[in-house]
Design a binder for this molecule. Structure first.
Ligand SMILES: Nc1ncnc2c1ncn2[C@@H]1O[C@H](COP(=O)(O)OP(=O)(O)OP(=O)(O)O)[C@@H](O)[C@H]1O
Length: 878
């Protein structure tokens, strides 16, 4: 019996534990409390009674715990060391609830006091009138009903069934005991248990217990029904969903735990990183995705697709493979800069500027020297884009006004500016790529480069269908995403090196759609599968040679030719652009190095031989790096005075800086019987000089050819030999018209070789050079080494025009040739294309016939014709 104002040692029950009379509870207590209880147990022969008070609100960092005003006087049943005695909770305590108690003054403990044994004043609360019979029976019935349900399904069926049989048999006097005992046993919520503990009036308590049992029974019924229904209908996917949800919850808990332990460690650990907060980042990404979809133009196809995919994404469990696929797709779809009226306005802002063209011209001039033809074409192009865009803009504005006046009117189609697709063709390093980048700067648009070299798979351009594992969009859509605007300048680099039809599809055919202004406003990437408007994109292609480009693709492009630079142009480019660029790249200023003009010329002529300026840039880079090193060394040694540092680079210094000159002009070539110099254009569009070498060897009167020659060039060589045989008597090679120079006086073979055997050669333009080489071989006359020639020959001895004249002439000039023999019909090419300084530096001879060519090559009057030539045109005797 508890008397008023009895003092009892207090055991605060950890939240959410509640002990009711007739219940039993086990808990861990601190060493301090345990030791005290131990001495109390030892001191008295009576059972030790404690006050078990539930904690209503557990302590948080700043606030103390809140304890209930009601509790239970409980008997200590067992007290022993816990299995983990190193722990601060060193004792294991079991107590059994006896009677309700009330704390008239309440109990306030600080967080620290929870681990010490304190005493509290308790009283026995009045239990009110006796409960009515109906209440007692209602409680019993509710208890039996609940136990019946628990005994039918759920865990511990046997236990509940035994308890039910026991309760069915007890009389009404024990129902009050039963109410507390069963409330302790069933899985009631903390608040319900606390309420029952605090209800001292028996009648009211039994009613509350009855309600609780009824509630628990119906919850159990509903949840077991749901469980059975769910169990039946759960598809594999849904099960996976539930499991993943659980997993996510567990992961979240673990993260929270980690975060808490990090907070305990204090600020000494790493600062919090945005990489830790996965959930937040994920939620932010989804919110952004949603915003982007909402920003898409209403009723557009991309928006419709995005909305339906978004809905699908919401239905599919997060973390599943399908979910990831849809999300990646949606992220791509949302990241494309879809063409809209606002994007058009941004582009218009630049074009509306009255100074636009002059500014663009200035920009192009500031970035590149020369290239007048290409710059002129680009400015023309910009002028057209500007005029058309502005016209379209006014037209569309008018249409908008019309539509607003009469909303039911059918809107006129939006006009598009269809510009030409420019194709820059020329040798490597001639500025094709960089002038396009400069154009982008002039237009203030993003610049993206797609390298098509070696692209064999159509999917690289158009993307893979979504059904493929790891599929993604093609390079065009990727470039558009990177640009972030629907109107960038996209450079399709090395279009001549794109693969043709093979078992991976035809990449060049995919380009046809991209480059067709009539079709490219509805370009379909296989991955996105939504039409993408490429009509605002400005495509520019580059190639080294036109031959490998498929004719339909070529047909869509407007070709702009770039040929190599002359020495003079190279000198300007080197001093105005390449040297400052290299100085900047290597952290030096103009005051650190002075590259004298003769030295620069020596680099251009002695160390590089190319149409473009790439090797030249590399060579200048080497010089600058060497000088930078020298400067730094002197700076170290002299203590910053640099008195010994020589900033001027002279011709004599170059050998030390760049090694021995690779090209030594004329000295490379020696005058030789049977050898003449022809002119060629390489596959990269670079012109050059190629010797035609011939010699006679013992044999059977045949012609032997070597040097990776194609069919056409082989035919040219037999044509040349036939011509020489036909005119052997006239040229005093034989003494009789019927003699074959390969059989008389000795039977020999003629071997004709074109050096650089690894490179394939073809084409008819070596005809003139071959005839000259054979005439030189048979007559013993030699062609001077500063004479080069090109031209196709016919059987009748005519010289026909050939292509690539500008490249060939520039190549001849680079090689130090002074005399060039060309077909008569190519005069206009020299007039138009060859720069003035080269024309001034070389002599050009235009010939109509082979015999004319021979006279120019060997020198007038040198070729030993049997009778003076009447006019230049010879009729074939064949
Ligand atoms: N006329 C020029 N004025 C100034 N710099 C130039 C000029 N021509 C070329 N260059 C420079 O030469 C370098 C090579 O040019 P770029 O890369 O544009 O060549 P390319 O013609 O595209 O070659 P490829 O055919 O190999 O792609 C760049 O650094 C460029 O700035």
């Amino acid at each position: 019996m508890i008397l008023s104002n009895t003092q009892l040692p207090t055991i605060p029950l950890p939240h959410p534990q509640v002990l009711l009379p007739n219940g039993r509870i086990s808990l861990l207590v601190s060493r301090n409390i345990g030791d005290h209880l131990f001495s109390l147990v030892e001191e008295s022969s009576e059972p030790t009674i404690v006050a078990a008070i539930p904690i209503v609100t557990p302590p948080t960092g700043a606030s103390d715990p809140v304890l209930s005003e009601y509790g239970v006087a409980a008997r200590v049943v067992r007290l022993g060391p816990s299995s983990n005695s190193h722990n601060e909770h060193a004792y294991h305590l079991t107590i059994a609830g006896l009677v309700r108690i009330h704390l008239p003054h309440g109990l306030h403990l600080t967080t620290d006091q929870l681990n010490t044994l304190t005493y509290c004043t308790v009283e026995h609360p009045p239990s009110g009138a006796k409960p009515t019979r109906s209440t007692l029976e209602a409680t019993k019935a509710a208890a039996v009903n609940l136990l019946d349900k628990l005994a039918k399904s759920g865990p511990r069926k046997d236990y509940w069934s035994r308890m039910m049989h026991f309760i069915e048999g007890i009389d009404n006097s024990r129902i009050v005991w039963l109410a507390d005992a069963m409330t302790s046993a069933v899985d009631a919520e903390f608040n319900d248990k606390l309420e029952i503990l605090a209800t001292t009036d028996t009648e009211a308590r039994l009613q509350a217990v009855t309600q609780l049992f009824v509630k628990l029974a119906s919850i159990f019924e509903v949840s077991s029904k749901i469980a059975s229904v769910v169990d039946e209908s759960l598809s594999k996917q849904q099960k996976e969903y539930f499991l993943r949800q659980k997993l996510a919850a567990i992961q979240k808990e673990l993260q929270n735990l980690n975060r808490q332990s990090k907070a305990v460690i204090g600020t000494s650990g790493n600062p919090p990183s945005e990489l830790d907060d996965d959930d937040q980042a994920d939620a932010d990404d989804m919110a952004q995705l949603r915003q982007k979809i909402e920003a898409m133009t209403k009723d557009s196809e991309e928006r419709k697709v995005a909305v339906s995919e978004w809905r699908r994404l919401k239905r599919i469990p997060p973390g599943s493979a399908e979910n990831a696929v849809i999300r990646t797709y949606l992220e791509w779809l949302a990241s494309i800069p879809w063409a809209s009226s606002s994007s058009r306005l941004t582009a218009l802002e630049v074009l509306k500027d009255r100074q636009f063209l002059s500014k663009a011209r200035k920009q192009l001039d500031a970035d590149h020297y020369g290239l007048d033809k290409i710059k002129k074409r680009l400015i023309e192009y910009l002028a057209i884009v500007r005029l058309k865009e502005l016209a379209v803009y006014t037209e569309n504005e008018k249409a908008l006004v019309l539509r607003m006046d009469n909303p039911s009117s059918i809107p006129p189609p939006i006009n598009r500016v269809k510009g030409p697709i420019l194709l820059f063709v020329g040798p490597p390093g001639t500025g094709k790529t960089s002038i396009t980048a400069s154009l982008a700067r002039a237009l203030d648009r993003p610049f993206e480069r797609i390298s098509l070299g070696g692209v064999r798979d159509e999917a690289e351009i158009r993307g893979h269908r979504r059904t493929y594992v790891a599929s993604g969009p093609g390079s065009i859509v990727q470039a558009l995403k990177k640009a972030g605007r629907p109107d960038p300048i996209i450079l399709l680099d090395e279009i001549d090196k794109v693969g043709h039809n093979n078992f991976h599809g035809d990449p060049s055919a995919a380009l046809l759609e991209v480059l067709d202004p009539e079709q490219n406003h509805t370009f379909r990437d296989h991955y996105l599968n939504v039409p993408v408007d490429l009509s605002q994109v400005l495509f520019i292609c580059t190639a080294n040679s036109l031959d490998p480009i498929s004719p339909p693709l070529l047909d869509r492009c407007e070709v702009v030719h770039l040929s190599g630079y002359t020495y003079d142009e190279k000198l300007h480019i080197a001093s105005q652009f390449l040297l400052p660029k290299q100085l900047k790249a290597n952290g030096l200023g103009a005051s650190h190095i002075v590259l004298t003009e003769p030295a620069l010329l020596q680099i251009v002529t002695g160390y590089t031989r190319e149409a473009g300026v790439r090797s030249l840039e590399r060579a200048i880079g080497s010089v600058v790096r060497y000088k930078a090193m020298e400067w730094a060394e002197h700076d170290d040694q002299d203590g910053g005075k640099l008195s010994a540092y020589e900033k001027e680079v002279k011709v004599e210094d170059l050998e030390k800086l760049l090694g021995i000159p690779r090209y030594d002009g004329e000295k490379e070539r020696t005058v030789k019987r049977g050898v003449v110099y022809g002119l060629v254009v390489s596959g990269l569009g670079e012109g050059g000089v190629l010797p035609v070498e011939t010699c006679t060897i013992p044999g059977k009167g045949d012609l032997r050819l070597t040097g990776s020659l194609g069919d056409v060039i082989k035919e040219s060589s037999s044509l040349a030999l036939s011509w020489v045989k036909a005119y052997a008597y006239d040229l005093q090679i034989t003494s009789n018209r019927s003699e074959d120079p390969l059989k008389v006086p000795n039977v020999v073979d003629v071997h004709l070789h074109l050096p650089a055997g690894a490179q394939k050669k073809d084409g008819p333009s070596a005809g003139v050079a071959m005839v000259c080489a054979l005439v030189s071989l048979f007559t013993g006359l030699c062609v001077p080494v500063d004479t080069a020639m090109t031209g196709e020959i016919t059987l009748r001895g005519r010289v026909e025009p050939v292509g690539g004249i500008k490249e060939k002439v520039l190549g001849a000039h680079r090689a130090g040739m002074k005399k060039v023999i060309l077909p008569w019909a190519n005069r206009k090419d020299v007039d138009h294309d060859v720069p003035r300084e080269i024309k001034d530096d070389m002599q050009f001879f235009f010939v109509k016939t082979v015999s004319e060519g021979l006279d120019v090559a060997f020198g007038k009057g040198t070729v030993p014709w049997r009778r003076p030539r009447a006019g230049f045109l010879l009729e074939s005797r064949l």
